[in-house]
Design a protein around this ligand. Structure first.
Ligand SMILES: [Zn+2]
Ligand SMILES: [Zn+2]
Length: 339
């Protein structure tokens, strides 16, 4: 089968590999679609370090079971995965904080993932509830968004929300936040420098969009009487994004630095200023089993628009071109077509 292997910084390769061999209790998933995630790009760029190359990338998987050696999993079942395989018994795993488990193994991070025609999902993952099934009626074009949606739902639960929220960035993550916030009845503002992304947000009918020019920022601060209650940064948290967040937050408001940051990016705050501004600064990362369950329900019940965000697809054999395309910031969401 064809796979895209991450070999180290700036090194990815199209590799032909034998189809995975199952042990007792494992299942084989044929990949329909696998989303290319910003974190995969960050790993290739050498900006994040939570990957163990060489590994087949891909954790945003929509697929189907084609072989099962597990008594509870049927061939033909439509599935996606909770890509964090953890011990299942430690203090973190017991309270749905699997992401902090010391024995974490990530699909598409440490074990081979979905930039492939097939992937093996291990017995231990199934026994700890990490194989997520959906009805046949769910399209792969929606299913592949389940993991990123779960990350957004987790962050929404952690963030201090009041009446208004500004989302930095109208990429696929920003647009999911905007939709979730709209569903919660919040007043939503999207800040996005690219016109085609602002237009797409308007097309989805979520929130009011602003450019990040001085005039537009002034206008946003004006219409919100001094700033928004909450900022969720759904973009790379470089200095520009950090400064923008502090510019548009009201006194006492909450900023969630959700987006990825390069490993050498620091947040410098004057503690006296922070004290008197009363700003609540936080970060949210990844998903929980609970938030993936919520995402599973929302997708099954068509409560959120996901498929329109999938703008581009490449076959696995063009995986290197696909990664280059995403690296250039083109399209909104790009996926590889699996088997
Ligand atoms: Zn992802
Ligand atoms: Zn654990």
């Amino acid at each position: 089968m064809q796979t895209i292997v991450f070999e180290g910084q700036d090194r990815i390769a199209l590799q032909e590999k034998p189809q995975p061999v199952l042990n007792d209790g494992d299942v084989l998933i044929e990949v329909d679609l696998c989303g290319i995630c910003a974190s995969d790009i960050a790993a290739i760029n050498g900006e994040v370090t939570d990957y163990s190359p060489p590994v087949v990338l891909g954790h945003e998987i929509a697929g189907i079971i084609v072989e099962s050696r597990h008594p509870e999993v049927q061939v033909g079942q439509k599935v996606t995965v909770n890509p964090m395989i953890s011990c299942g018994t430690c203090d973190y795993c017991r309270v749905d904080l699997d992401k902090y488990c010391s024995q974490i193994e990530g699909i598409g991070h440490d074990i081979d993932g979905g930039y492939a025609e097939f992937l093996k999902f291990p017995k231990h993952g199934i026994d700890t509830g990490k194989l997520i099934t959906v009805p046949d009626s769910v399209l792969p074009e929606n299913l592949m968004f389940l993991e990123p949606l779960g990350c957004c739902i987790n962050a929404m639960r952690e963030t201090i929300l009041s009446e208004s929220v500004a989302i930095l960035g109208a990429g696929q993550i920003g647009l999911m936040f905007a939709q979730l916030a709209t569903l919660q009845g919040l007043e939503v503002f999207l800040l996005e420098p690219f016109a085609h992304r602002r237009d797409f947000a308007s097309f989805l009918g979520v929130g009011r969009t602003f450019d990040i020019t001085d005039d537009q920022i002034k206008e946003l601060i004006g219409v919100t009487n001094g700033g928004v209650d909450t900022v969720i940064s759904a973009t790379t948290n470089n200095q520009k994004a950090i400064d923008l967040a502090f510019q548009i937050i009201r006194r006492g408001g909450c900023i969630n630095f959700f987006g990825l940051s390069a490993h050498d990016q620091n947040l410098t705050v004057n503690l006296e200023k922070l004290h008197f501004s009363g700003h609540k600064l936080m970060a949210s990362w990844a998903f929980s089993r609970w938030s993936l369950g919520q995402a599973q329900q929302m997708i099954t019940n068509h409560e959120i628009q996901l498929e329109p965000m999938l703008t581009t697809r490449f076959p696995i054999t063009s995986g290197i071109e696909a990664v280059a395309y995403v690296r250039q910031g083109r399209g909104l969401k790009t996926a590889l077509i699996g088997g």
